[in-house]
Design a protein around this ligand. Structure first.
Ligand code: C2E
Ligand code: MG
Ligand code: MG
Length: 601
């Protein structure tokens, strides 16, 4: 009978071919196996195997069964010959392979494993595990199938029943989340032992809820079962397919899969499924992480795969996304840092330092800029550059901004009582400036401090912030101006404002960025920028202030160019609020700075 399958020679057991035709290791005229016979026939495996083996032809019709099969089921070869395995086994889900399209057939992996109920001669059903290995010829055509039916009935019925309910999904017969959790542990060990990466792939059918609504729950169930069956054909060796939720599946893949594999998987999923005579088109989103590259616990691996799957959904579905552990760690660190920042804000670890601003012509102090500091319990006093990037473009910038305004207003009230009447400038981040209720919140905060005139509060906004969304910035700034609060453009010269926009913005001060001021005496380009900014500010009739004035020489040069307001280490470094009164008292003693106006004439 095997001649009909055009079998050639008897191979030894060590010969393994994967896709090309593997000659059927069967012969009826085998020598009996003996321990000393190293070249024993592979056919003996067929005859002496404990597991039932069924050979079917290309159309999946039985051509031979081994003695273990006859013993297990009570069927003789003659009773099953020419029939498909469905004649004596029931898959937990309906196998619709026969209806599959030709192109799809080619795409399928050639090995599958599924739990079945098999029927014995006496008509009773027993639990089994059926492994199907499809064998192809050199042209890639299906040549025959080798099916191994393992008996699971040795497991006591009640235990089997129990564990079935606990570990297997009733609809598809696939491992459920409970079993998957254990299988992931085993797969991780397997991957480590064999130095082969393990891919954990979370798969979610796109818009499956629509299918349930459109076609009904029962069609939905059939569809899921067929879908599971189709995907299970991609499994290889120890690979696992589990159903972990309604339309959520997880694949554990051991064979070093790559992008091609997932493209192929998506392509397979796109092939229409025939359900009750209608063709249903599905797509799915896949999220994949690789162990041990992603070196975390099993449950975290699953979470990472799911995270990646959600990214695939966000990217438009019907695609896959690989989880990036390095990026994730960075996000994790960011998240923890933000949490620390939130705690710090709540536990009064933030504080404001104040840096005086002077009019160089008169020598008078004209205001103070409030600068945020973090008095960190272990790292000491942190400057804004060390923590503001953590909250960049998040809503925490709004929380911080409101806290700073609130503190500045309190400070103004406190100084007012002490007879200090100097305005405070507060830095406002771009994100904060552009929130729609900015002026409303500012109004509320001002109302909470009725003893502070709004003109005592000044807001510094970065040039780039105002330019980001000019209309929104303009609107918010105008509303604040109506409340009596004025604006300064900070770090001027570092952004790329168009002059038209600059003209539009309601600002009463332009602050020349300290980076140009610092080197203006030694760098001609910086000097040119400072000159241009001063020229421009004068043309627009806007007062200007130089930041980063570190020496008297800077001050003199700036005054010669027409800039009269200054702030910098040469005048004073930022200081805690409590030392401001003493500094103000000592300022008149700094004669060389106070007499700059006279020096000019
Ligand atoms: P900024 O608003 O341009 O503030 C001036 C910065 O220059 C301050 O740094 C100040 O200490 C520093 N500085 C002043 N004079 C000199 C000088 O002569 N030489 C040098 N080398 N530096 C000088 P700080 O306090 O580290 O603040 C850095 C930036 O952080 C600020 O730049 C501002 O953009 C931001 N910032 C500070 N406080 C806040 C805040 O409360 N909210 C927001 N959103 N940003 C803030
Ligand atoms: Mg500033
Ligand atoms: Mg600045």
């Amino acid at each position: 009978m095997y001649q009909s399958l055009k079998l050639s020679k008897e191979p030894s057991l060590s010969q393994h071919s994967s896709q090309a035709v593997r000659p059927l290791p069967l012969t009826k005229s085998m020598p009996s196996a003996s321990a000393s016979d190293t070249s024993f026939s592979a056919g003996s495996v067929f005859d002496y195997a404990n597991e039932a083996i069924i050979i079917t032809d290309a159309e999946n019709r039985v051509v031979d069964v081994n003695p273990a099969f006859c013993e297990l089921t009570g069927f003789s070869l003659e009773q099953v010959k020419g029939k498909t395995p469905e004649a004596f086994s029931i898959l937990p889900l309906k196998d619709r392979r026969g209806k599959r399209q030709k192109g799809e057939e080619v795409m399928l992996r050639d090995r599958s494993k599924s739990q079945v109920s098999y029927r014995c001669h006496d008509g009773h059903f027993y639990p089994g595990m059926m492994s199907v290995n499809r064998v192809r010829d050199a042209m890639g055509n299906v040549h025959h199938h080798v099916i191994v039916l393992a008996d699971l009935s040795a497991i006591p019925a009640h235990a089997r029943h129990l564990s079935r309910d606990i570990y297997f999904d009733a609809l598809t017969g696939l491992p459920n989340l409970q079993l998957l959790t254990q299988l992931i542990q085993e797969s991780m060990l397997h991957a480590e032992k064999n130095h082969m990466p393990l891919a954990i792939c979370a798969l979610d059918i796109d818009h499956f809820e629509n299918i349930n609504v459109r076609l009904g729950q029962s069609v939905g169930d059939t569809l899921l079962a067929s879908f599971a069956q189709r995907i299970s054909h991609l499994l290889f060796g120890d690979d696992v397919l589990a159903r972990v939720g309604g339309d959520e599946f997880v694949l554990l893949l051991h064979q070093g899969v790559d992008e091609d594999f997932f493209n192929q998987l998506l392509e397979l999923i796109r092939q229409p499924l025939m359900i009750d005579g209608q063709s249903v088109h599905l797509t799915a989103s896949l999220g994949v992480t690789f162990y041990p590259h992603d070196h975390v616990q099993g449950d975290v691996l699953l979470r990472h795969a799911n995270q990646a799957m959600y990214r695939a959904k966000q990217r438009g579905r019907d695609t896959f996304h690989f989880f990036d552990p390095a990026h994730d760690r960075m996000l994790q660190v960011r998240h923890e840092q933000r949490q620390c920042f939130i705690d710090a804000l709540a536990h009064d670890e933030m504080c404001l330092y104040y840096q005086p601003q002077i009019d160089m012509r008169s020598g008078n102090v004209v205001g103070l800029e409030a600068l945020i500091r973090w008095q960190h319990p272990t790292r000491g006093l942190l400057s804004p550059a060390q923590f503001l990037p953590i909250i960049d473009t998040t809503s925490l910038e709004v929380d911080l901004g409101e806290w700073v305004i609130e503190q500045a207003l309190r400070q103004l009230a406190a100084w007012h009582v002490q007879g200090i009447a100097l305005p405070i400038s507060v830095n406002i981040s771009p994100t904060h400036l552009l929130v729609s209720n900015f002026s409303q919140r500012l109004d509320e905060l001002l109302r909470q401090h009725p003893d502070v005139p709004p003109a005592m509060l000044k807001l510094e906004v970065l040039e780039s912030a105002a330019m980001h969304d000019v209309q929104a910035a303009l609107q918010n700034m105008s509303r604040c101006q109506a409340l009596g609060v004025s604006f300064a453009i900070d770090d001027f010269g570092t952004g790329f404002s168009s002059l038209t926009h600059l003209r539009q913005l309601p600002v009463s001060l332009i602050k020349i960025d300290q980076s140009f001021v610092r080197d203006m005496l030694i760098d001609q380009d910086d000097m040119a920028i400072v000159e241009s900014v001063i020229y421009m500010a004068n043309r627009f009739k806007r007062p200007m202030m130089a930041e980063g004035v570190e020496t008297l020489e800077h001050a003199k040069a700036l005054m010669a160019l027409g800039c009269e307001l200054a702030q910098g280490y040469g005048i004073a470094r930022p200081m805690p609020a409590r030392v401001v009164p003493d500094w103000l008292a000592s300022w008149p003693v700094r004669r060389e700075w106070r007499s700059l106006g006279h020096a000019l004439h």
